[in-house]
Design a protein around this ligand. Structure first.
Ligand SMILES: [Zn+2]
Ligand SMILES: [Zn+2]
Length: 386
């Protein structure tokens, strides 16, 4: 057996020796689903686990109280971050984040043990990232400096098939507020300025653009406010759009189109419009080296790696922002043949398929990191940080 083979076998064995902790963490988080930024029990469970294993943990500030960064204090070389998500949906852990939590924290601890045992030039960092479902926890953590000094970041998300390639859409919300003037609809409608009609015409103008949008654009909106009474010309209206594109540059152009439609509609109707923008989600750009090592790891564990087809459903994730800043991977491992956010997926994440998943995902991440270390990728990165 070569030294490299011994390293990878030990990596998998380290995860096996942690099985009871991995399943305990996965089951506890599944049984106690907490929404975005309110994942207090999950964060405490994960922090306690890494602290018991020699890591020093810090929490984020303010809204990021449930965000965690943990590592040993001494520096042994480049830092590899293993990411956990743990926020739930209204229908429980239907996105399987309890599995991302358990496998991410286990991979961090197992890789730390492996690095100590073999003297690998690398730091294992645990990153607990809250509020993936719409809250953009990782975007806020990036802004708060909680990813500073990380050389590689990885996570695996449960899915209906195993894949190392990924793509996701850049996404951002556009909030439009229209200010008109009320008037009696029958007695003196000409005195009013109709905020609702400006909102409706904005949607019509965006729809007029639709056949000229580039492929993989998604622009979808709703009227949130549209008046208070049928006999009053609406003085206030509010429209929210979600604007998505698979191209970061074009995404900015789409947002300008939507704002321009709103301003033109408002001008036509004699009302004033204001806009503001939500968090900007970047598209995922997986690191090709990490994809190669993760694919090898999955295959060594008996998984069949499928290509990521454009016909597969696609959304947006805050891991996209991480992947645009540093070498990172958002991989997928098969949980069940059901789509995420369904009750069936939720049940699988808390049952036997989930237990199997958590062990394989943790092993695949430790083996990916071990492979990088064995082949000198980490030393090369330290000499030539990108
Ligand atoms: Zn989800
Ligand atoms: Zn998810």
């Amino acid at each position: 057996m070569t030294e490299r083979e011994r390293l990878l076998e030990t990596a998998a064995g380290m995860v096996d020796s942690m099985e009871s902790d991995i399943l305990r963490i996965s089951h506890a988080i599944h049984a106690d689903p907490e929404p975005a930024f309110k994942e207090f029990h999950a964060a405490q469970l994960l922090e306690d686990f890494v602290a018991r294993n020699g890591f020093s943990a810090v929490r984020g500030k303010g809204e990021l109280q449930t965000a965690i960064r943990a590592q040993r204090t001494q520096n042994r070389g480049p830092s590899i971050a293993f990411i956990s998500e743990y926020d739930a949906l209204p229908n429980g852990h239907a996105c399987g984040h309890n599995l991302i939590a358990a496998s991410g924290v286990a991979a961090a601890v197992a890789f730390d043990r492996l690095a100590l045992k073999f003297g690998l030039p690398a730091n294992a960092v645990f990153l607990g990232t809250p509020a993936e479902e719409g809250g953009g926890g990782k975007i806020k953590m990036l802004e708060a400096g909680m990813f500073d000094g990380i050389d590689y970041a990885m996570m695996i998300h449960p899915a209906d098939r195993t894949m190392v390639e990924d793509w996701s859409l850049a996404g951002q919300r556009v909030f439009l507020r229209y200010y008109g003037r009320p008037a009696h609809c029958a007695a003196s409608p000409w005195l009013g300025a109709n905020a609702l009609e400006a909102a409706v015409q904005t949607i019509n103008l965006v729809n007029a653009w639709r056949c000229q949008f580039r492929d993989y654009s998604r622009v979808h909106g709703i009227i949130v406010r549209g008046g208070e009474a049928t006999n009053v010309i609406p003085e206030y209206a509010e429209v929210h759009f979600n604007v998505r594109s698979d191209q970061k540059d074009y995404h900015g152009e789409l947002i300008r189109i939507v704002i321009n439609c709103a301003q033109c509609a408002a001008q036509a109707m004699g009302v004033r419009v204001e806009y503001s923008l939500g968090l900007a989600y970047d598209p995922v750009a997986n690191d090709k080296t990490l994809e190669r090592y993760m694919a090898q790891s999955f295959e060594a564990l008996g998984e069949t790696v499928m290509p990521r087809m454009r016909t597969h459903g696609i959304g947006s994730t805050d891991m996209g922002n991480v992947s645009q800043k540093l070498p990172a991977i958002h991989g997928h491992l098969k949980l069940v043949e059901a789509s995420t956010h369904t009750d069936e997926f939720c049940a699988a994440a808390g049952g036997e398929p989930g237990d199997r998943y958590a062990m394989i995902a943790a092993k695949a991440m430790v083996m990916t990191a071990a492979g990088l270390a064995a082949d000198g990728c980490l030393a090369a990165r330290q000499e030539n940080p990108g």
